[in-house]
Write a protein that binds this ligand. Structure first.
Ligand code: AHR
Length: 317
């Protein structure tokens, strides 16, 4: 009889334990610092909103810091959270180098760090995991579409993202790998527009002024915002975007689907802004001592005008 009572008690304790485990699973009550790159693009804004909404739904106390595209602001925010003794830190890094020291400081303070979106070159033992898409694959997808659309012959102008960011470096790498297989696919001009709409417009204007616009077959932009800026530059130069000059970009924001509906864009590769959920799950796992793989991939597809109206409506356009 005493044995049965002990068993019942153990069962009760286990069930209480699993309730705690469920709370721990959502991250409720945790204080987490989130250092965001900035608000340079519509995708970034959607990402910020999605992380904040996810934190609220889970009852997480999110300390949000907008770095305004400056790594030094990110490092200062991370140091202040370490001093405060937060439960965990999530970083969307502006650039990929220069993180080792501050990540070591977080590790010394036993505060787990999860990297989201862009990558870092720091030793992977300094962070729990990285939740992100495969930027190299995005570049490859973009190039594969362009090769097929132009039968492997195209003079391309490239609008690069932020210099030193893994999003720009890896998209460029993937794209270049594919076009290298086709001798008549060439990048004829390339410059950074810093992932902003105004940057994309200015760079495209300078391309159009410095070369014969009719020699340009396509514009490859590392994000949709720069591409939309570039379409404005093309229109002001009397060109018909997506017709006179083909377009391919990354993000799949509502405005690019609107541009497709208006006949001003040809294709976009998707980058999901919904990384908050997996990032918070990773924090909870780390706090519970669970080992995770160093990369948790987030998938995305490629979209064309045929589904633009549907995607525009679906994505809140
Ligand atoms: O790091 C992801 C990139 O950053 C997005 O493609 C771009 O829009 C943003 O600024």
């Amino acid at each position: 009889m005493r044995f049965v009572k002990v068993l019942l008690l153990v069962a009760m304790l286990l069930s209480v334990g699993s309730v705690f485990a469920q709370d721990a699973g959502s991250g409720a009550g945790l204080t987490i610092g989130f250092s965001q790159v900035g608000s340079e693009s519509a995708w970034r804004t959607a990402f910020t909103e999605a992380v904040k909404a996810e934190a609220e739904a889970r009852g997480i106390n999110l300390l949000f810091s907008d770095a305004q595209q400056k790594q030094e602001n990110q490092i200062a925010a991370v140091r202040s959270w370490i001093a405060q003794g937060v439960d965990a830190i999530i970083i969307a890094p502006v650039v990929e180098t220069g993180w080792d020291e501050v990540l070591q400081e977080a590790q010394d303070a036993e505060i787990p760090v999860v990297i989201v979106d862009r990558n870092v070159t720091a030793d992977p033992s300094l962070f729990v995991t990285r939740v992100s898409s495969d930027f190299v694959h995005e570049g490859r997808l973009a190039a594969a579409w362009l090769v097929q659309a132009t039968a492997g012959k195209c003079a391309i102008v490239e609008l690069q993202g932020t210099v030193g960011s893994s999003a720009a470096l890896d998209r460029q790498k993937g794209f270049n790998e594919v076009i290298a297989l086709f001798p008549d696919m060439k990048i004829v001009a390339s410059q950074s527009g810093d992932f902003t709409r105004t940057g994309g417009k200015q760079v495209m204007e300078s391309f159009l002024n410095s070369m014969d616009p009719s020699s340009i077959c396509a514009v490859w932009a590392h994000n949709d915002d720069m591409l939309i800026g570039a379409t404005q530059a093309m229109k002001e130069a009397g060109l018909d975007p997506a017709d006179d000059i083909l377009t391919i970009s990354v993000d799949a924001i509502p405005d690019i689907f609107k541009a497709m509906m208006d006949g001003d864009a040809n294709a976009t590769v998707e980058l999901s802004p919904y990384m908050g959920g997996p990032a918070f799950d990773a924090v909870v796992a780390a706090l519970n001592g669970v080992e995770l793989p160093k990369w948790i991939p987030v998938a995305g597809g490629i979209y064309f005008p045929d589904t633009a109206a549907e995607e525009y409506a679906k994505r809140g356009g």
